[in-house]
Design a protein around this ligand. Structure first.
Ligand SMILES: [Fe+2]
Ligand SMILES: [Fe+2]
Length: 375
């Protein structure tokens, strides 16, 4: 059985030094090439045989929205106020935390606000890069999935993801104050997802793991922020993302039923590695570097953050039920269940799975219905 050392390159999940030792080696890179190893597959069978995917495809056609005209771009955004708001709402640093001997000992209010601003720039930048990865992955799925109904649906997702890249990058450029390069851990995960030669790994990595985490993260920020433009943008992006995760669940559920035990174990290991990589990125190490602080010194602040473990766990609240629905949690003597127990995220296993909740999350349809009733 593969050990943590073999799967994630370290024995201890919480080895912060090992996590921080992985960093982005080329922050000025403009273009990043990844070689895909999968076949592009034609199918001559044009008959749809998956009503659940047809229904999702129809929904995607009617719930398209326009990033230029459907969002209130004229909203004035005061980023410092926004940073303060998010710091207050997330203020989880214990009152008796001792920063003596650390860079935070003498920090002024302005420096704390700057940290909030950088943290926002970083977070939205990672969302934007993740959206581009989703754009690339779904274009890849159009080519590699052998079923016509899945190709139809994936094509709508390509358009959705282009729109998401568009709105996140516009928000960063017009309302925030600077881009960050991709986080090293996220980048490694995305490279793995794209280069794998098995078509279903693109689905598992992107549709279930990365998009599942994004859906939870967007939901969290949507709840926390009072900024109307960001709020509406996230509501609309989440409406699309719920369909995307559903697409992954519906497709893989069928495919995994025909795989043998060794293949299923490979999928479990892939899901575990993806989970750990996404968890590793939560340290926001690039923010510390930009603020001129050795990320290792930032550990004092990271460890004083009492809400961090709970917040990190919540980000897996969409992933775990979907993994369970796919049969990956308990297959092969429950290997992945034990890994998720170690990650302390198993408590979400019976939360709603996104295969069913996407209709309820369609805020675009709700707004349109309300507008029709009003007129
Ligand atoms: Fe997206
Ligand atoms: Fe998506």
């Amino acid at each position: 059985m593969a050990s943590n050392e073999e799967l994630i390159g370290r024995e201890d999940l919480d080895d912060l030094e090992a996590i921080l030792s992985v960093s982005n080696t080329d922050v000025d890179e403009i273009q990043h090439n990844v070689r895909a190893h999968s076949d592009a597959i034609f199918t001559w069978d044009y008959e749809s045989t998956r009503p659940a995917l047809d229904k999702l495809y129809e929904k995607a056609k009617t719930s398209q929205w326009n990033g230029t005209t459907d969002l209130p771009w004229d909203t004035e955004v005061d980023q410092a106020a926004l940073a303060l708001e998010s710091m207050v709402s997330q203020s989880r640093i214990s009152d008796d935390a001792d920063f003596g001997g650390t860079p935070f000992e003498s920090w002024t209010e302005d420096q704390w606000v700057q940290l909030g601003i950088e943290s926002q720039n970083w977070t939205l930048s990672q969302f934007m890069h993740g959206e581009q990865a989703a754009l690339i992955c779904t274009a890849q799925i159009v080519e590699t999935v052998p079923w016509i109904d899945a190709k139809h649906y994936a094509a709508t997702q390509v358009m959705d993801e282009a729109r998401h890249v568009e709105v996140f990058s516009r928000y960063l450029d017009e309302k925030l104050s600077g881009h960050y390069p991709i986080n090293a851990h996220l980048g490694l995960l995305l490279d793995d997802i794209i280069s794998d030669d098995r078509w279903d790994m693109t689905y598992l990595g992107m549709q279930i793991m990365v998009e599942g985490l994004a859906l939870a993260a967007f939901g969290f920020i949507h709840q926390m922020t009072s900024e109307p433009l960001l709020k509406k943008m996230l509501r609309y992006v989440m409406s699309d993302e719920a369909r995307h995760v559903a697409f992954g669940v519906l497709s893989l559920k069928e495919y995994y039923q025909q795989l043998g035990a060794p293949e299923i174990r490979e999928r479990q290991e892939f899901a575990y590695e993806a989970a750990v990589r996404m968890r590793d990125r939560f340290l926001q190490q690039e923010v510390w570097e930009r603020m001129g602080i050795d990320p290792k010194e930032a550990m004092a602040l990271i460890l004083a953050d009492e809400g961090r473990p709970l917040f990190q766990q919540m980000l897996f609240s969409k992933i775990v039920p979907n993994i369970k629905k796919l049969g990956l949690l308990d297959a092969g003597d429950g290997w992945l269940r034990r890994r998720f127990e170690e990650l302390e995220v198993i408590q979400f296993e019976d939360w709603a799975d996104t295969g069913e909740e996407y209709t309820a999350l369609d805020e675009v349809a709700k707004d349109r219905e309300a507008a029709t009733v009003a007129s």
